[in-house]
Write a protein that binds this ligand. Structure first.
Ligand SMILES: Cc1cc2nc3c(=O)[nH]c(=O)nc-3n(C[C@H](O)[C@H](O)[C@H](O)COP(=O)(O)O)c2cc1C
Length: 196
């Protein structure tokens, strides 16, 4: 059997794949009081980890965050924003974050080799996209956040990451979208170079 024949045939048509890829949007507003269960998230993580990863480092770590961890992150962010932007902005952000239904943090294990480290970040980003697309197919929206709070060592402590060996790739909020967000892209001509 040659390599081509060994490939699993795609279970979805190109048109369905394109619709899934085009249809995923960053979701800002989620329906209140409804949150997908941990089992759905575990399934999403199970497929997320089939992302490409050079040298098969599998550098990703996923932290499913319960109410206590969520509250600790919100407190930490309030502290950070109060100091940098003032109490009013911090309080508004607290209110928004308290409305986020599901919380997941993705971190990456640091590699000493700079090239591997870069490739590992890329692999984690692919895993986040896998996760987002899988959840989207299940009617669950996501928002990838990478604000300053995610870079604090205290944040890593809250998500149970090893602060000396990992860094946060993103805080992923998830839930059922309240509205269909819009987005746009540059024209293909602006991003494709046809070379001889
Ligand atoms: C690495 C990364 C970090 C991001 N961080 C944030 C963030 O901190 N806050 C935010 O509102 N959106 C964040 N986003 C989401 C982008 O703003 C969003 O993908 C972009 O607006 C395009 O919208 P779309 O995802 O609906 O296509 C992030 C996306 C990526 C890939």
């Amino acid at each position: 059997m040659n390599d081509r024949a060994a490939l699993t045939p795609s279970p979805v048509s190109p048109a369905d794949a394109a619709a899934l890829l085009r249809g995923r949007r960053t979701v800002d507003l989620f329906r209140a009081g409804e949150c997908p269960g941990r089992e759905t998230l575990r399934e999403a993580i199970d497929v997320a980890r089939w992302a490409p990863n050079h040298h098969r480092t599998e550098p990703w770590r996923f932290a499913l965050l319960g109410p206590e961890s969520q509250a600790a992150i919100i407190d930490l962010n309030t502290e950070l924003l109060t100091a940098s932007k003032g109490g009013e902005i911090a309080a508004a952000k607290r209110q928004r974050w308290e409305a986020m239904p599901g919380w997941l943090a993705v971190s990456c294990v640091r590699d000493e080799d700079p090239i591997t480290a870069q490739e590992d970040y890329a692999a984690c980003a692919c895993a986040v996209q896998n996760l987002a697309l899988y959840l989207h197919s299940a009617g669950v929206g996501t928002k990838w956040a990478s604000g300053a709070v995610t870079r604090l060592p205290a944040f890593l402590d809250i998500i149970g990451a090893d602060r000396d060996r990992e860094y946060c790739v993103g805080l992923i909020w998830y839930g059922y979208p309240k509205r269909a967000p819009r987005s746009q892209r540059k024209s293909l001509d602006m991003i494709i170079r046809e070379r001889p």
